[in-house]
Ligand binder design. Structure first.
Ligand code: ATP
Length: 317
């Protein structure tokens, strides 16, 4: 096989708690991550050159070394120089459907797809945990994106504990096209405002992160209780993002007032806001109602659903 086409799904955060400062300077997090149907398509093929090349259909996405997909390929070249010498360069195409800088792990899932794609292209036979370990060096959300589904993520987000699959829930995502929130800004601002309450000693950090396993939302996931899951959504970063971005607050409020919405929350560092539903029909209906309530062409709305997988091969040639 000389080329693979992969599906790279986005994620939402059902839960995001910032616990404290780790000795390595990162935040200790406790998250529950959920893969969703909205996905990019990633092409990975060997090229006759010895270069890495990225192409993307989205004008805001860089195609140089700052692209996470590029960095994933570079990592594979460094880790597996003999395979690189044997198979040559890599051409990556990113067909972007996931909004950029949206809190939906768009870049992370592209990187995850490139790791999976090159593993196949170079016949490396890496295990899932080997792929996840490589992924962890690229970014906190990248390991989750590989297997996807529903998972608890602790540490920097790279320590994963899979949860059972949810019964399908339907989702409306809302994002202003021109509004981007930098993840780095959101965490830095949170630190400036709330670091007085941070836990710092290593044992307490781990204990507090592990306590997420006994939270009510995890019980609701184990019970497959969609209503209760939606009631227990939580995101600490809303504390900084909602006060600076009134449009995000407005989306939260408009969703909360619609009939059929089980629960609503900002995803990751935002600015995407999502709402959960039992049926696709309710989700489609609320999408229309939000469109009528907020007459702004800059607002993008998507109906999607929870899915039970991460990176998947769509085709190979
Ligand atoms: P996360 O939820 O993991 O924090 P995000 O969804 O908020 O991620 P991304 O869509 O990954 O954010 O984009 C963040 C920044 O990364 C963008 O400003 C973009 O320029 C850059 N970037 C680099 N590589 C990619 C990529 N493959 N896809 C999208 N953005 C990328």
């Amino acid at each position: 096989m000389r080329s693979y086409s992969l599906i790279a799904p986005a994620k939402i955060n059902l839960y995001l708690e910032i616990i404290g400062d780790r000795p390595d300077g990162y935040h200790e997090l406790a998250m529950i991550l959920q893969s969703i149907g909205l996905a990019d398509q990633i092409g990975v093929r060997s090229s006759s050159t010895d270069n890495i090349r990225v192409r993307c259909n989205h004008p805001q996405v860089p195609t140089d070394k700052s692209n996470l997909a590029y960095r994933a390929a570079e990592l594979m070249v460094r880790q597996f120089p003999q395979a690189f010498a044997k198979y040559g360069g890599v051409e990556i195409t990113v067909n972007k459907q996931i909004p950029v800088a949206a809190g939906l792990a768009g870049g992370s899932t592209n990187a995850a797809a490139v790791l999976v794609g090159i593993d196949l292209l170079w016949k490396l036979g890496l295990t899932q945990s080997e792929l996840e370990e490589l992924a962890g060096t690229l970014g906190s959300d990248v390991p989750f994106c590989i297997a996807g589904g529903t998972a608890i993520a602790t540490g920097r987000g790279e320590q994963l504990s899979l949860l059972p699959n949810l019964d399908t829930m339907y989702i409306v995502l809302a994002k202003y096209r021109s509004l981007e929130v930098s993840t780095a800004w959101a965490y830095k601002t949170y630190r400036q405002q709330f670091s007085h309450s941070y836990i710092r000693d290593s044992d307490s950090l781990v204990a507090r992160a592990n306590a997420v396993h006994s939270k009510a939302i995890v019980k609701a996931i184990l019970d497959k209780d969609a209503g209760e899951i939606a009631q227990k959504l939580h995101n600490d970063l809303e504390r900084v993002v909602l006060s600076v971005y009134p449009q995000v607050l407005q989306l939260r409020e408009v969703f909360a007032n619609q009939e059929g919405v089980l629960g609503t929350m900002m995803s990751g560092s935002g600015p995407t806001v999502f709402a959960l539903f039992k049926s696709q029909q309710q989700a489609e209906q609320v999408k229309l109602q939000v469109r009528e309530a907020i007459l702004d062409e800059d607002l993008e709305l998507f109906v999607t659903r929870t899915i039970t997988h991460g990176i998947q091969v769509a085709s190979s040639v």
